[in-house]
Design a protein around this ligand. Structure first.
Ligand code: BGC
Length: 843
């Protein structure tokens, strides 16, 4: 359903302080105007003009999401926004939601990732954002990690290549990036104080590797030091990793900022290599640093070096003397096509045993659309990366739009997959009784009691609101908002409603009071079970909704409105499946189950979802299951289901992308960027992951497919796997070593042997045939290329491998070592389907 917009005002991103909107425009005071290219001499000249206090001012945020400006010298404030799946608007205003990291990882398409991030860069510029806190390149080590969905892959090479492509795209638009979270932040459990204990070899070969590749290929303007400790030391004060490795060995000259609130010291952090404390105002990088300089705990040269890095960043933004120009909404609309393409290429066809896909609409007459995720748009995961989408379309709506008129579509939810009522879906509401405008109408008053004319009236489709209301906040920090409109029940049954906020909140459904309370911030956090009420409603009969919220001057504006729709019954889903040619079942994570801040407790689909799939496939053998998740889930019914797709959380074009794949308008080309194990117990981290203080990376370098291969454990779906509607054949692998340069030239032929055009990812793995010195993984991804082939077409694909591609990190020499001997080079379409292989001798 397309949204009709009442208001699309674009406003600055940080609302509760004025410093982010400082406009530095006094021509005379501005020494370097709009320069993105600059010289180190300019940096030094500027540095020489700063007092010690001013230098220290630069080293902590001016507010929650921007750096401090020094107006005297025209040094601008630099505005940040989260990432990575689009520009997160802190005022809960919509921006285009792109596929999340793992979905981009599944595209295995560097060029496309580059286009996505360039589009995000344009969105950022339109919102006056100078730097995106993205990309995230931590390794998907345990399937349970709450932020797996934000990261690209379990493989460091794939992560590094895609990360570099992301940074290049973003920075090509003049918007900075932040390589995060440096390093060892592979779980949420105890992320703020726990220590990731990682051996030197695994650290180098796996966890540092994506950052190293990114730095080599793209030079991110900033790095973000993670919350966690590594081997006992907080990353924000890790002298070895920040000073010796990142700045020393790798020669990084940019800003190293802290993750939000990750600082624990002043002296150790600045001496340890950190440059910027976030958020601001600083708690550690403040007057304490001046004191520390006075007492010789910190050399002034250390402060100079940090300030120098902030000045470089200011130059790189090209912002001296001006605020960033807006690119206008037209350009942003073009970005939707890129979001769609990325979503399409992210979808992984895990199996298509009976070739039911693509659906043949010439003979198809009826489809049963089933499951808890069928009629919601799962655009992203939870936490700081959450983007409020501009347009919400569920798979059910998209199928109804695109299937021919003569195909009957029935819908049954069957079961629920939410522990508590999920955030209300905007498309269940309309502002008017004719259902012309989606969402609720919101009146914002610059007073606490809804009196007089509203300052602004707008349409609202997103009801997880944090830090909202900037339209009225600056006029009166105690503002009020009233939402009105209609709720449209899809089916008969009990609907569970809840509305809560920091402040005075009330909710009326069909004129009846559902909830009313005045709660301050502290009480709200402690409110364990947020109260909700069930109301019986009839399908197609709209009921009026009214919500009121008053923010007191002291509270932080937070307002949530949640609705759980009736699950119905598995029997209804079975009946729908029985009467249809094809049953499409949408299961997986809900809007609330994968998020920053918490790991998952297991890999099991929540509630009765497995029972639903089993019952539907029994009723209709033409069952297609679509999974939404940000990582692997266990699929006990896998053998019984002939057709399975992994659709991740793929942004606001995700439902259209899926329909295009189901109907064969797009040939799927996504490949798993991680392994789906059969059971959580098969995963190498299973015996190491605990609730303790330490995250022990005891599996060393044997993470993901490196482990399953070594232990000869059959995964459910291997790393790199993904089918197409056509077939590909690999042949003529040749490899030759150039002893002088140490490079190995590899080439292979790939043919499309099927009847439709398609894309294949040519994956190159290297394995040490002898491995006399240390245990090595059987195969490691060292190169890949995504190619398009017309039916019958053959292409020759070439790669160049370097000495480092055959090396391991030696913990005695603290260096990369390539053992002389025989190495296997295998090429194919997944880590477990490598039809061509050859060996080379490396001396
Ligand atoms: C997250 C970062 C994010 C930052 C700012 C932190 O909690 O770990 O990824 O960029 O918040 O929102």
């Amino acid at each position: 359903m397309k949204l009709t917009k009442l208001s699309s005002a674009l406003l600055g991103i940080c609302i509760f302080t004025h410093s982010s909107v400082v406009t530095v425009n006094a021509e005379t005071a501005v020494p370097y105007k709009n320069e993105t290219s600059y010289s180190e001499q300019q940096v030094e000249e500027l540095l020489a003009q700063l007092t010690l206090e001013e230098k220290i001012t630069l080293l902590a945020g001016g507010d929650a999401f921007s750096t401090a400006a020094i107006e005297r010298l025209g040094i601008p404030s630099i505005v940040f926004s989260d990432g990575p799946a689009g520009v997160r608007d802190l005022g809960s205003d919509p921006t285009l939601a792109y596929p999340v990291g793992i979905a981009l990882g599944s595209t295995w398409n560097t060029e496309l990732v580059n286009q996505v991030s360039a589009a995000i860069g344009r969105d950022a510029r339109a919102r006056k954002v100078d730097l995106m806190l993205a990309p995230a390149v931590n390794i998907q080590r345990t399937p349970l990690a709450g932020r797996n969905f934000e990261q690209f892959s379990e493989d460091p090479y794939l992560s590094g290549k895609l990360g570099a492509a992301y940074v290049v795209g973003l920075q090509s638009e003049g918007v900075g990036s932040s390589a995060k979270h440096f390093v060892g932040n592979e779980q949420e459990l105890e992320r703020g104080r726990g220590s990731s204990n990682i051996g030197e070899r695994a650290l180098r070969e796996l966890y540092l590797k994506p950052f190293e590749i990114m730095l080599e290929e793209s030079n991110p303007w900033t790095f973000m030091a993670a919350y966690n400790r590594v081997n006992g030391t907080y990353m924000t004060e890790h002298d070895y990793l920040l000073n010796d490795v990142l700045r020393g060995e790798w020669g990084y000259d940019g800003v190293i900022m802290s993750d939000w609130g990750a600082l624990h010291s002043s002296v150790s952090a600045i001496n340890g290599g950190l440059t910027l404390e976030m958020p601001g105002p600083g708690k550690f990088f403040d007057a304490k640093l001046a004191e520390a300089v006075k007492h010789w705990q910190v050399e002034e040269s250390v402060i100079d070096e940090a300030a120098r890095r902030l000045l470089r960043l200011a130059f790189r933004t090209g912002k001296f003397g001006k605020t960033t120009e807006s690119v206008g909404l037209k350009a942003l609309e073009d970005n939707r096509d890129i979001a769609l393409k990325a979503a399409e290429e992210s979808i992984v066809l895990l199996k298509n045993d009976q070739r039911v896909l693509p659906l043949n609409t010439k003979v198809l007459r009826s489809v049963a659309v089933i499951g808890p995720n069928a009629n919601i748009a799962l655009t992203g995961g939870g936490g700081s990366s959450k983007v409020v989408p501009t347009d919400i379309v569920s798979p059910l709506e998209s199928l109804r739009e695109q299937l021919p008129q003569n195909v009957t579509v029935t819908y049954a939810k069957g079961v629920d997959n939410d522990k508590s009522p999920p955030p209300a879906e905007g498309n269940y509401f309309s502002t008017d009784k004719a259902r012309k405008i989606v969402g609720l109408s919101a009146d914002y008053f610059a007073n606490p009691d809804f009196s007089g004319q509203p300052e602004i009236t707008k349409q609202d489709t997103w009801f997880e609101k944090k830090g909202f209301g900037r339209e009225v906040y600056f006029k009166n920090p105690s503002f009020s908002v009233k939402w009105t409109g209609y709720f449209w029940p899809e089916v008969d049954g009990e609907y569970e409603f809840a509305a809560h906020g920091h402040g005075n909140t009330s909710l009326f459904v069909d004129g009846k009071a559902i909830y009313g309370a005045n709660v301050d911030d502290k009480e709200w956090e402690n409110l364990q079970d947020k109260p909700s009420k069930k109301v019986y409603l009839t399908a197609g009969k709209p009921v009026p909704i009214e919500m009121r919220y008053t923010k007191s001057a002291k509270t932080w504006p937070i307002f949530y409105f949640n609705v759980r729709t009736p699950a119905g019954a598995i029997e209804d889903a079975v009946a729908a499946a029985k009467n249809a040619d094809v049953a499409l079942v949408f299961v997986g994570s809900s809007r609330t189950s994968e998020t920053e801040g918490h790991d998952r407790s297991d890999m099991t689909l929540f509630g009765q979802q497995n029972a639903l799939v089993e019952a539907v496939v029994k009723a209709n053998p033409n069952t297609i299951v679509v999974l939404n998740s940000g990582g692997p889930v266990s699929l006990p019914w896998d053998e019984k289901v002939p057709t399975l797709l992994q659709a991740w959380f793929s942004g606001e074009e995700g439902s259209h992308a899926l329909t295009n794949v189901l109907l064969g308008k797009t040939n799927p080309s996504g490949k798993l960027p991680l392994t789906f194990p059969k059971r959580i117990e098969d995963n190498p981290t299973y015996i190491h992951y605990s609730g303790g203080r330490d995250a022990n990376y005891g599996e060393g370098v044997f993470v993901g497919y490196r482990y399953y291969d070594k232990k000869n454990i059959e995964p459910l779906y291997p790393f790199g796997h993904g089918l197409s509607y056509t077939d590909f054949a690999f042949s003529d692998l040749s490899a030759s070593v150039d002893t002088a340069s140490g490079t190995v030239s590899v080439s292979v032929k790939v043919k499309n042997t099927g009847r439709v055009a398609g894309q294949e990812v040519v994956q190159v793995y290297v394995g040490d045939n002898e491995a006399r010195l240390v245990p090595r993984p059987e195969n490691e991804l060292r190169a890949f290329d995504k190619i398009s082939l017309a039916p019958g077409e053959t292409k020759s694909v070439s790669f160049s491998l370097t000495k480092r591609d055959f090396a391991y990190f030696d913990v005695h020499q603290h260096d990369w070592v390539t053992e002389s001997g025989s190495y296997r080079i295998s090429i194919g379409s997944s880590s477990r389907n490598l039809p061509v292989s050859t060996s080379v001798s490396i001396q």
